[in-house]
Ligand binder design. Structure first.
Ligand SMILES: [Zn+2]
Length: 383
């Protein structure tokens, strides 16, 4: 079997790399661009910064910002209709995972007949979409380098994804200068999302030497810089390294997939509206503990990447250190430590476990076989 490594065509990184936008947009000969973002990004002045850069080279650009967090399939439909009716020829996605995922969907809806729901699932999109530049403003989602869009399906109280090679960015611009004003709590939860991507990709059944390389490097950068990025938001070194770490984690899980931390987090998001990063951060140590028996050696490598001293320890003992290191990091940056603190009750757990068991895309890559009883047990521990 061949190892395949996929990613966006071009990834541009570096502080102030957004200043290269003119050159990048000229590659695509774009005439009528639209920025897809959310109200928070507009309020933070980031959309204006992009708007001004584009205006300077003589193009006008419209801004679409009606996107909620954990956006629904209806939001994707609405945004796609707006882009269609406006006759735009180029998309700039700007923001965290929510606007990026919606912009990716809008790009394929311009060139494919049907409704957004027709494309849920794996490789169901027949045609390439509008060209798109993706510019993340948080270090966490990794969506700028993946081929996935995750959407909430409110009437089914769940979240599902579109996976397509046409969802890849034509260009991803990862500029940490756009990340200096992220509030500490968002830095913390998005950083833990990135850590979850890296760890789940590393232990995935679909991991390869390529994804391992990105995943381990990402884990070590997050171990080194996330605390600093949370407590000292203007620290450029910390922001830059977290931006790189999140992108590496995106490349890793974009190829090796995620496992049951995400499998359960998707249900916590869909059923109980727990923000994605928080859901992952809470579940991560519990699911790691349960998964570690699949490869103590791999968990030992996670501990080492997080800066733990494992000398003289058995692999099993070293693997335990990976779990404690993740828990310590999560406590240090102020993440809630259990589901109860998010008003989740014992009576919610069975439905959550049932819904998590429908998340095939996370069950298959998980290194340990997954059953309803075990998911329920993990949820009880995390309560
Ligand atoms: Zn995630």
């Amino acid at each position: 079997m061949a190892n395949i490594f996929k990613g966006p065509s071009i990834v541009m990184t570096g502080y102030n790399s957004i200043e290269n936008l003119k050159e990048v947009m000229e590659w695509f000969k774009c005439k009528k661009p639209i920025i897809i973002t959310d109200a928070g990004i507009v309020k933070a002045g980031l959309a204006e910064r992009i708007y001004n850069i584009i205006k300077e080279f003589g193009l006008t650009v419209d801004i679409y910002s009606e996107i909620e967090s954990d956006p629904s399939i209806e939001t994707a439909e609405k945004c796609s209709n707006f882009v269609k009716q406006g006759g735009y020829d180029f998309i700039l996605a700007l923001g965290g995972g929510s606007p990026i995922d919606i912009a990716k969907v809008a790009s394929i809806m311009m060139t494919n007949e049907g409704e957004v729901s027709d494309f849920l699932g794996i490789e169901k999109v027949p045609n390439r979409g509008l060209p798109k530049i993706i510019i993340p403003t948080t270090a966490g989602t990794g969506s700028e380098v993946t081929n996935v869009s995750v959407l909430s399906i409110p009437d089914k109280k769940t979240k599902k994804g579109i996976v397509s090679r046409y969802l890849f960015a034509d260009v991803a611009i990862i500029d940490s200068s756009l990340m200096l004003t992220i509030p500490a709590n968002v830095t913390a939860s998005t950083g833990m999302d990135a850590l979850t991507h890296a760890i789940e990709a590393y232990i995935s059944r679909f991991s390869t030497p390529w994804t391992d390389m990105y995943a381990l490097k990402s884990i070590s950068l997050i171990g080194k810089y996330l605390r600093r990025a949370v407590v000292d938001g203007k620290n450029i070194e910390a922001r830059e390294n977290m931006a790189i770490a999140s992108t590496y984690a995106g490349l890793a899980f974009g190829n090796a997939a995620t496992g049951m931390v995400h499998g359960i987090a998707m249900s916590l998001g869909g059923q109980c509206h727990v923000p994605h990063g928080i859901a992952n951060a809470i579940m991560l140590p519990y699911v790691m503990e349960w998964n570690s028996v699949s490869s103590f050696e791999k968990f030992k490598q996670i501990a080492i990447a997080l800066g733990e001293n494992t000398e003289g320890l058995s692999d099993k003992k070293a693997a335990e250190k990976a779990v404690t290191a993740v828990r310590d990091l999560s406590i240090d940056i102020g993440i809630p430590q259990n589901l109860r603190s998010l008003s989740i009750k014992d009576t919610d757990l069975e439905e959550l476990a049932r819904d998590a068991m429908t998340n095939e895309r996370q069950i298959k890559p998980n290194p340990r076989d997954v059953s309803y009883d075990e998911v329920l047990n993990i949820l009880k521990k995390a309560l």
